[in-house]
Design a protein around this ligand. Structure first.
Ligand code: SF4
Length: 677
């Protein structure tokens, strides 16, 4: 490498969905420096520590570069042919003996941004007759699509803040200063939040005075999972005294009024565990500004109140005329498949669930991740394809999962860095990393604007890694499963990778693949307010304000919370993202595995800042470092998630799940904490 010239190449970051522009200095096959691309049209040089670690991710000391197969209990390097043939023989036997639904697929985050690999995962799922499917949806965000489908008739509706004009912004259980608002694609959050706070108001509801809350106009420290009470009361007050301003037709207005009748300020404040003045001040802000945007994050979608909070957040925006209107929210119209180009189908988000928990519905074909251990134990799932998921840290109930995974007859992973989940695999298949393959930003509706980006590979492939689409299609071909006709047989053919990416474009797409590959970034004008949104809502008869299943959950949870008023509340944990960590990834950035405690909660347990503590409940126990934080709400312990040592999922349960979606509860879960001697 020494003596070779340093070449600067441009790409975009694929660590998270924001996709900041990057400049990467490459010397030979080494990444020597990564920095923000000041010329990038959106991010203008912004990056975070995670994106700047792109080179370290690529050159990880535990990188997997050859296929591995378990022989005599050990994972050993083998040829691609040996690994693929062995998988195919076992897969075919399982399908012939037990049927295709004995094969489960986890659409993990590892291949989530591999556009053509993901498309081949979908092809495999189709070839297996749409059997058990798991995705991160039921780990962190199912309430969003569920409410979009139930209220808006289309789960792909994703309201985004009109940051240019919004004067009242309400963040509930989201910390965009750290997460970059994930499905909004929010680069440089500090500048954006400060700007809104300067011209209007930003309110944050969170049990912790987060980085975002510190930038906000006001902070409300609601009890985890009970934020819904704040929003429900606001909806009631808007219905009673305005500002009621319907921009689109609605269904069920009078039913909603009746449902919230008697939901008083005192009751709502007591359930949320906040002073009543917080609620009246927030209502005054709503009345001052008329329109608003409500953004939620994993702080609510991982709690028992997930669906209710999301629902009431939507109702607040609908009733104030903030949906699809200036000063409120806009809807992403899609790029690859423009939504205005066809009649949006009306889709019920709920789908059949698993065999072991049939009473818990699936959502959009996903099964709850929480059912995987029981499905394996029952013999319903005998083979698992895990496409880049760190199951042992991200799936709930790690102890139950660890006991069940060895019972699989086939446990195939695509993975490029050794980790604790690899230890359970029968086969490990290394696929091209983000810098080794041509790629584009396929998840277009999560982008900040109507645009897509493309990047050529920056460095040669490490070792024997192959394209993910090729790996999956080879398993299918060898197991005699149908492979789509357009899929090439060899990824080493020049142009094969690009041909696979091009196949994801269609005649209606806002540009061709060739145009994108030539210019790397294509942006189209946003229609706002969008006629297609109003047309869709009119066609379905109006926003459904009172979806039956949400009403039922409101009645049961509301009654339980009301009955519990006046009772002592247990210490609960909520889980938290960190700036130098992304879920189970990026351990090497050194984020501390810690728990934040209010000083009085710490004193009551004789815990000092920096102590090693044991957090435990009925499901398990973990060790963490205690940090005393006066910004933490009393009665709540905030656990950093995604760590191996201090794995939050040793405290979650496969049975403590949201009955409407199977979402495992990661927030508002009872816990106790004690200092270790
Ligand atoms: S915000 Fe996301 S896309 Fe931007 S640098 Fe950080 S990890 Fe990468």
């Amino acid at each position: 490498m020494l003596g070779q010239p340093v070449v600067t190449k441009k790409t975009y970051c694929k660590v998270c969905m924001v996709h900041c522009g990057l400049e990467v200095d490459v010397q030979g096959d080494r990444i020597v420096k990564v920095r923000g691309d000041r010329a990038h049209p959106l991010s203008k040089g912004y990056t975070c520590p995670k994106g700047r670690a792109t080179g370290e991710i690529h050159h990880h000391p535990d990188a997997i570069t050859r296929p591995l197969m378990r022989k005599d209990g050990e994972l050993v390097p083998v040829s691609w042919d040996e690994a693929l043939d062995d998988i195919a023989v076992t897969l075919r036997r399982i399908i012939d003996t037990y049927g295709p639904h004995a094969v489960g697929i986890n659409f993990g985050s590892g291949l989530g941004l591999d556009s053509s690999g993901y498309a081949m995962e979908e092809a495999l799922h189709r070839a297996l007759d749409h059997g058990p499917k798991f995705t991160p949806l039921t780990i962190d965000g199912v309430a969003k699509v569920l409410v979009a489908g139930a209220v808006g008739g289309f789960p792909g509706l994703n309201p985004k803040t009109d940051y240019d004009n919004v004067d009242l912004l309400l963040y509930v259980g989201t910390n965009p200063m750290v997460s970059h608002a994930h499905n909004t694609g929010m680069f440089n959050p500090a500048v954006l939040i400060r700007e809104v706070a300067r011209r209007g108001e930003v309110w944050t509801i969170d049990p912790l005075l987060t980085e975002t809350a510190k930038f906000s106009t006001r902070h409300i420290a609601a009890y985890p999972g009970k934020d819904y009470a704040v929003l429900a009361w606001l909806v009631r007050e808007v219905l009673g005294g305005g500002p009621l301003d319907l921009a689109q037709p609605v269904q069920g207005l009078e039913d909603l009024r009746a449902l919230l009748d008697g939901y008083t300020l005192d009751k709502a404040a007591a359930i949320a565990g906040v002073p009543a003045a917080d609620l009246t001040d927030l209502l005054a802000a709503v009345r001052r500004h008329g329109k608003l945007s409500v953004e939620t994050g994993t702080g609510i979608t991982m709690s028992a109140g997930c669906n209710l909070t999301q629902w009431f957040g939507w109702l607040l925006m609908i009733l104030t005329g903030s949906m699809n209107r200036t000063g409120g929210t806009w809807f992403h119209p899609g790029f690859l498949m423009p939504f205005e180009g066809f009649e949006l189908p009306e889709i019920d988000p709920w789908t059949p669930g698993s065999k072991t928990r049939p009473e818990v519905p699936g959502v959009l074909g996903d099964w709850p991740c929480a059912v995987l251990p029981d499905e394996i134990e029952a013999g319903n799932i005998r083979a698992l394809f895990n496409f880049g998921g760190r199951l042992m840290r991200t799936f709930p109930d790690t102890n139950a999962l660890a006991a069940s995974l060895p019972k699989l007859e086939l446990n195939v992973m695509t993975e490029i860095v050794d980790n604790e989940t690899v230890a359970f695999a029968t086969h490990v298949l290394p696929t091209k990393g983000v810098l080794e393959r041509a790629e584009f930003s396929r998840w277009d509706t999560l982008n900040w604007n109507v645009s897509v980006q493309y990047s050529d590979p920056l460095v040669p492939v490490l070792g024997e890694r192959r394209s993910a689409w090729w790996v999956i299609s080879q398993i299918m071909r060898r197991a005699d499963l149908p492979v789509p006709k357009h899929v090439p047989t060899d990824d080493s053919d020049p142009g094969a990778d690009k041909a696979m990416l091009a196949s994801l474009f269609n005649p209606g797409s806002r540009c061709t693949f060739e145009e994108l590959a030539a210019s790397r970034h294509v942006e189209r004008q946003l229609e706002f307010p969008a006629a297609w949104v109003d047309r869709h809502i009119e066609r379905i008869g109006g926003w459904n304000l009172v979806p039956e299943r949400l009403v039922e959950q409101w009645r049961s949870m509301g009654a339980a919370d009301e009955a519990g008023l006046g009772q002592p509340r247990p210490l609960v944990f909520s889980s938290r993202r960190q700036r130098r960590k992304l879920n189970a990834q990026l351990d090497f950035l050194g984020a501390e595995n810690n728990v934040l405690l209010h000083p009085e909660d710490a004193d009551a347990r004789s815990i000092a800042d920096g102590d090693t503590v044991r957090a435990f409940n009925d499901n398990g126990e973990i060790e963490l470092v205690a940090r005393i934080d006066p910004g933490m709400r009393r009665g709540v312990a905030s656990l950093a998630h995604g760590h191996l040592k201090g794995n939050v999922n040793l405290l979650t349960s496969k049975t403590a799940i949201d009955p409407l979606s199977g979402m495992a509860l990661y927030s508002g879960v009872p816990v106790e904490i004690e200092a270790l001697a």
